[in-house]
Design a protein around this ligand. Structure first.
Ligand code: SAH
Ligand code: SF4
Ligand code: F3S
Length: 449
């Protein structure tokens, strides 16, 4: 058996983080050891993202640094995994000669084979996309912790006109219900307290008739003291059944990431998003009326081709109406191969930047106002560890995904659910104190001492 060591860096979304754990699971099974020190590695892998041009530029920059390592260790194998593999094979292997290995998201089972090819001096290339691969049987490499993520589906069939994901990750397919439940059971036994179910469009999960709401209720029933999150929901497919399911199970977090992308129906149509703002706001209203205290986050793109100032104002208007708790906000970045790549990227860079800034400023104000409303209120948080800034404080999160900082207390440990009262808030963080010391770690069941 091989004893080579592997170092891996992960870029992009949570699905890539989940894939990295699958990759490491496969490689460990083949006798590789994982190292966190790049200088000690025989194989350096970058699990890459293509979603916007700046994501790819980061990888090119990183490859430049890594080429220096090759001067020191000429036998070092450098590989690209993930979403850049499919698109840039030629560019990466032929033009930037430092890459020995290019393996796309559906070919990780054969990674050990490709690494051997590279060790023997050839290029290891596997970029075929699959209609069926879900890595159902692979046990991901996970360090102990509180939070874990599980991909419940792969690929995407939505073909939003700006998006490269359907091309880099291929067709949509769902993992089997039983393999997901087995994994959640294992995580519960190991002491994990929170699981996030991942997919580009989780609402279209389908395992022989089991839909996403069924999956969520089954997962929530595995361990009622675990928090269950999920991402991402597409507004077209978010069903009433799903909303009622979230309301019914206390373990299902009252938090929905529901990307709107734009507030203009004309732009949404050009984006091929398949909903209009009326439909979108209808879902938000329904969810707010059925799930008490539900919070929302979103993704927004500024400066899509032909976007006018009026379109931009409509985006700001939707943000004000929904009052998102958080948002991921981007400038439009044309991606080769996508439908909108053929449209002229006609919003000038400085206009995109200005609109994006207005969107960011508005979101910050909304987040600040929403957080102020929580002052004096009680929330149950899951303690995740010490705060980043000081070991005199713990950091935890609410069901609705907000970070709360509280002073440490010898009665409280990482992984406990604690009832806290909020004293003060910024746009990003809540500050409070525990109102009940907790010995029982069941969600929503913090006990008083
Ligand atoms: N499946 C998820 C999103 C995956 S990509 C969904 O449908 O919401 C994450 C976010 O990146 C998208 O929601 C979008 O806001 C942004 N994005 C994708 N392609 C982009 C592009 N070409 N330019 C700018 N932002 C983009
Ligand atoms: Fe991309 Fe749209 Fe699929 Fe999301 S739903 S991954 S934005 S194509
Ligand atoms: Fe990036 Fe691929 Fe995720 S393009 S956002 S890593 S699916």
């Amino acid at each position: 058996m091989n004893k080579s060591s592997i170092y891996i860096e992960t870029y992009g979304c949570q699905m890539n983080l989940a894939d990295t754990e699958i990759v490491l699971g496969i490689l460990q099974d083949h006798g590789y050891v994982v190292t966190k020190e790049i200088g000690k590695a025989d194989v350096v892998l970058l699990n890459t993202c293509s979603v916007r041009d700046n994501a790819e530029q980061r990888i090119y920059g990183r490859l430049g640094n890594i080429s220096n390592l090759k001067n020191v260790n000429p036998n070092l194998v450098v590989g690209i995994l993930g979403c850049m593999a499919e698109r840039l094979r030629k560019d990466l292997v032929e033009d930037k000669k430092i890459v020995d290995l290019v393996v796309g998201p559906d070919e990780y089972r054969r990674l050990p084979e490709y690494i051997n090819i590279a060790f023997n001096g050839d290029k290891g290339i596997g970029i075929k996309l699959s209609r069926t691969e879900t890595y159902d049987d692979i046990i991901p490499f996970r360090e102990d912790g509180l939070q874990a993520w599980i991909s419940v589906m792969r690929g995407c069939d939505k073909f939003c006109s700006f998006c490269v994901v359907p091309f880099t990750r291929g067709r949509e397919r769902s993992r089997s219900l039983h393999s997901i439940l087995d994994e959640v059971k294992q995580l519960s036994k190991r002491g994990f307290r929170e699981v996030t179910l991942l997919g580009q469009n989780v609402n279209s999960y389908n395992d022989n008739g089991t839909d996403f709401a069924d999956l969520l209720s089954a997962v929530a029933a595995v361990d009622t003291s675990m928090r269950i999150r999920f991402s991402t929901s597409h507004p077209q497919d978010l069903s009433d059944k799903l909303i009622y399911t979230i309301a019914e199970y206390p373990g299902l977090c009252n938090y929905i990431h529901l990307p709107v992308q734009s507030g203009s129906d004309r732009i949404l149509e050009l984006m091929n998003r398949t909903y209009n703002i009326d439909h979108y706001l209808g879902i938000i209203e329904k969810a707010k009326s059925i799930i008490p205290g539900v919070s929302f986050s979103t993704d927004i793109i500024a400066g899509f081709p032909t976007e006018t100032y009026e379109d931009h104002l409509m985006t700001l208007e939707v943000m004000r109406k929904v009052k998102y708790d958080g948002a991921y906000m981007f400038k439009y970045s044309p991606r080769e191969g996508t439908k909108s790549f053929n449209m002229e990227d006609d919003v000038p860079e400085e206009v995109k930047a200005k609109r994006l800034q207005e969107i960011i400023d508005l979101q910050q104000k909304i987040s600040y106002d929403k957080n102020q409303e929580l002052i004096g209120k009680e929330e149950t948080i899951l303690i995740e560890g010490f705060s980043k800034k000081s070991d005199q404080f713990f950091s935890g999160r609410t069901d609705t995904n907000k970070v709360v900082i509280i002073p440490i207390d010898h009665n409280i440990r990482e992984g406990d659910y604690v009832k806290v009262k909020i004293d003060r808030a910024t746009s990003a963080t809540l500050f409070g104190r525990s109102v009940k010391s907790v010995k029982q770690d069941k969600k929503n069941m913090a006990l008083s001492a």
